[in-house]
Design a protein around this ligand. Structure first.
Ligand code: CDP
Ligand code: CDP
Length: 211
C-alpha cells in the first residue's frame, strides 16, 4: 500500500510547513489543498464575479490545473478569506475531490494538507496528523509573516481574522474542520519549527511502521 500522510488543522497552525518538511524527508509529492480553494476564489475575483456565485465557483474549481498557480497572489489575506467562503459550498468541495484523490493515489504515496484530508479526502491515509495551536499563537505567526514581507501589521485585526476563519471552517456543514477519529493531535503552541517537525516525524514513523 502507498504511503499517504494527511495533515489537517486551522489557519497558521503550521500544517503547511510540516507537510512540506515531511514530504521532503520521505521524498513524496506534496499538495497544499488550501491553494485549490484559494485559486477558485481568485478565478471569481479576477472575473469580477461575486464570491457567492456557486455555479461560477464550481466551474472555476473544475477548470483548475495544479501547474498554473501564482502562489504569491494566492497567499494573500483576501484569497484566504475568499477560499473560506467558496470552501463552505458543498458543490465546490465535490468538484475538487477527484483532483485531490488522484494526487493521493500516486504510486509512491503523497502528503496532503488542508481541513478535511483525514476525514473526507483520504480516510484510509497511513498517517493522520491534526495540527493545532492557540488562536493567539497562530495570529502571532501570521503577524510575523506579514512583517517579514514588509506589510503593515495590526495584531488585533489578524487575531480577529483567525477567529472568524476558525468559526466559519468549524461550523460549516460541508466537511467542517475537525480531527478524524484516528488522527493524532499535535499542539504546536509551545513548539518551535524544529520541535514541531521532530514531533510530527515521530508520529509519521509510528504510523508507517503500523501501516
Ligand atoms: O494557510 P491557511 O490555513 O490560512 O489557509 P489554507 O489552508 O490555504 O485554506 C484557506 C481556506 O480554504 C480555509 O480557511 C478553508 O476554508 C478552505 N480550505 C478547505 O475548506 N478545505 C481544505 N482542504 C483546505 C482549505
Ligand atoms: O499551513 P498553515 O497555515 O497551517 O501554517 P504555515 O504556513 O505552515 O505556518 C505559519 C507560520 O508559522 C510560518 O511562518 C511558520 O514558519 C511558523 N511556525 C510554524 O510553522 N511552526 C512552529 N512551530 C512555529 C512557527
Amino acid at each position: 500500500m502507498s504511503f499517504v500522510i494527511a495533515i489537517d488543522g486551522p489557519a497558521a497552525s503550521g500544517k503547511g510547513t510540516l507537510a512540506r518538511r515531511l514530504a521532503a524527508h520521505y521524498g513524496l509529492p506534496h499538495l497544499d489543498t488550501g491553494l485549490l480553494y484559494r485559486a477558485t476564489a481568485c478565478a471569481l475575483i479576477e472575473e469580477g464575479l461575486p464570491l457567492d456565485d456557486v455555479e461560477a465557483a464550481v466551474e472555476a474549481a473544475r477548470g483548475l490545473s495544479l501547474t498554473d498557480f501564482d502562489e504569491t497572489r494566492l497567499r494573500s489575506r483576501e484569497m484566504g478569506e475568499g477560499a473560506s467562503l467558496v470552501g463552505a459550498m458543498p458543490p465546490v468541495r465535490a468538484a475538487l475531490i477527484d483532483l485531490q484523490r488522484g494526487f493521493a493515489a500516486r504510486p509512491e504515496g503523497a502528503v496532503l494538507d488542508g481541513r478535511d484530508i483525514g476525514t473526507v479526502i483520504c480516510p484510509d491515509a497511513t498517517v493522520k496528523i491534526f495540527v493545532t495551536a492557540s488562536a493567539e499563537t497562530r495570529a502571532q505567526r501570521r503577524a510575523l509573516e506579514l512583517a517579514a514581507r514588509g506589510e503593515e501589521v495590526d495584531f488585533s485585526a489578524i487575531l480577529e481574522d483567525v477567529r472568524k476563519r476558525d468559526a466559519r471552517d468549524s461550523e460549516r456543514s460541508a466537511a467542517p474542520l475537525k480531527a478524524a477519529a484516528d488522527a493524532v493531535t499535535l499542539d504546536t503552541s509551545e513548539l518551535d519549527r524544529e520541535q514541531a517537525f521532530a514531533a510530527a516525524l515521530a508520529i509519521a514513523e509510528r504510523g508507517r511502521r503500523a501501516g
